[in-house]
Design a protein around this ligand. Structure first.
Ligand code: FAD
Length: 477
């Protein structure tokens, strides 16, 4: 019997798993996919929003501000990339300038301190951003805005939770849920009993909720498409937001931790099966809107485009509740700013909802720190030489674009919640995330995965079970 079963290993489920691991609880995470963080947590803007935008009084506003204040500490403890670059909202018309004033009041009402939201003149903006468009008239400064690596944040949270005793079952899809004395959670890999069930299943949250008890909310997928620019080809120092509209935050220009720049997203309701498609219309729309905020974007330096799906709830807000106090807890409708809000939602759900059903006794062995990730790019020449003398695999570059060594790839596989596929390696250590998008390193990654996981090279997966990329042998072995 589990104390808590969490359905879904996106940022909502993984931050909750880590929070629960502070206590002596038997916790299991069930994830239908081959790896964690493959859905909304994989494809978003990666921004730790300041909290200037959500409607005051909503759960989005409350948990955005609280989550933003938790991210830096969490990133240090879990060794997750964190770029405290700040952000600014830029106005390009008189009407947008008037809306900046409303946004300013909204930010203060949501709980931003006066020094966390201030006005900028065009001259102030030009001092910071040389690529700002000629249309920009003035702006709002949001210094607490930051950028993370969303899937790495989820992976690190779950790895740390597992280090502290949480269990994970991948490729395990919840198919039905019932309750007598306790919950019975049925999956394609058998049934599990639990005192509490948490539904953190993203765009499927209404379907999973209805497996237990139909209630009033529904979820629609709202797709966002993006361009990714190669690293170090475009200078942008802070997150540049347009003035938000009823459709959302608009097309944002976002610097990334490793020097790339994201441009997007769009906003369109779509069928769940169409979430990850990019479209010529969507990408054209991004170009047309981005040029209002910034100029000289080198689109010939785009290395990829992608799309993700927001889980938009019919309630217009996050759905966080304990249905009829049964112990079936929803963390649903977690669209933006869900990445930012996740650690704060995890604390709230643990202390206010889960605590009503199981006793929270401190886990004295809880360690908030994840074992440090060895990134050779962060080492001095002396440190690197010492490491290579101890383990020569850290001297062998596998991914030339991102300068990732064999040692780093091996480490990404041999951790709790480790990589099991080519994309899994890319998401953990960036081998394949650079300019050539894996063209050179993929065969090396296959070789290492095959050896470390003890599977034939022909059976190494690209992303999901059965997604083999080698078709047949050419020269014997
Ligand atoms: C385009 C876009 C831009 C965004 N930008 C930002 C941003 O800049 N900042 C920000 O704060 N937020 C942003 N967000 C929001 C943020 O990405 C999401 O709020 C967050 O990732 C949601 O995480 P989640 O864990 O709730 O859902 P998901 O990451 O979708 O995870 C749900 C998991 O549940 C699993 N699952 C579903 N059904 C089942 C089942 N039956 N059995 C087992 N497992 C199941 C899925 O496989 C999935 O892994 C953005 C979102 C999008 C799409």
């Amino acid at each position: 019997m589990y104390d808590v079963i969490i359905i879904g290993a996106g940022i909502s489920g993984t931050t909750l798993a880590r929070e629960l691991s502070r206590y002596k609880l038997k916790v299991m995470v069930l994830e239908k996919e081959y790896d964690v963080a493959t859905e909304a947590t994989m494809a978003n803007s990666a921004i730790i929003h300041s909290g200037h935008d959500p409607k005051p009084g909503t759960l989005k506003a409350k948990f955005n501000i609280l989550g933003n204040r938790m991210y830096q500490k969490m990133s240090e403890e879990l060794d997750i990339p964190y770029l405290p670059c700040g952000g600014m909202v830029v106005a390009t018309t008189k009407e947008e300038q008037d809306n900046l004033l409303l946004l300013y009041k909204r930010g203060l009402e949501n709980g931003l301190l006066p020094e966390e939201i201030t006005f900028l003149s065009r001259e102030d903006i030009l001092v910071r951003e040389t690529n700002i468009s000629d249309m920009v008239m003035s702006g709002l400064d949001l210094p607490t805005t930051a950028v993370t690596f969303p899937w790495e944040a989820a992976i690190a949270n779950l790895e740390n939770a597992m280090d502290n005793g949480v269990e994970l079952l991948l490729e395990t899809e919840v198919t039905s849920i019932s309750k007598t004395d306790s919950f019975i959670v049925n999956t394609n890999h058998g049934a599990f009993k639990s005192k509490v069930v948490v539904n953190a299943s993203g765009v499927y949250a209404d379907i999973v909720n209805n497996m237990f008890q139909p209630t009033e909310f529904t979820i629609r997928a709202r797709r966002g498409e993006y361009y990714v620019l190669d690293k170090d080809v475009y200078e942008i120092n802070s997150v540049i937001y347009p003035v938000p509209s009823t459709k959302g935050k608009g097309v944002i220009i976002t610097p990334q931790f490793h020097g790339n720049v994201l441009i997007g997203p769009t906003s369109k309701f779509v069928d769940i099966k169409d979430i990850s498609r990019t479209t010529p219309q969507g990408l054209e729309y991004i170009k047309n809107l981005a040029k209002r905020s910034v100029k000289n974007i080198p689109y010939h330096k785009v290395i990829r485009s992608f799309a993700g799906g927001r889980a938009t709830s019919s309630t217009g807000d996050f759905v966080i509740n304990d249905i009829n106090k049964t112990g079936f807890i929803n963390i649903g409708g977690i669209e933006s700013p869900g990445l930012t809000a996740a650690p704060a939602i995890a604390v709230y759900v643990t202390e206010n909802l889960v605590a009503k059903h199981v006793e929270l006794v401190k886990n004295e062995n809880y360690n908030p720190r994840r074992r440090k990730v060895l990134r050779i790019s962060e080492l001095s020449q002396d440190e690197l030489s010492t490491l290579v003398k101890k383990d020569s695999s850290f001297g062998k570059i596998i991914c030339r674009c991102e300068k990732i060594t064999e040692g780093e790839v091996i480490d990404s596989i041999n951790r709790n919640c480790g990589a099991r596929s080519i994309v899994g390696v890319k998401n953990r250590v960036r081998a394949g995330a650079g300019r050539c998008q894996g063209g050179f390193c993929q065969t090396e990654v296959i070789r290492i995965l095959s050896r470390e996981l003890k599977v034939d090279k022909m059976n190494v997966n690209y992303q999901k079970e059965g997604s083999y990329i080698l078709k047949s042998r050419t020269k014997g072995e």
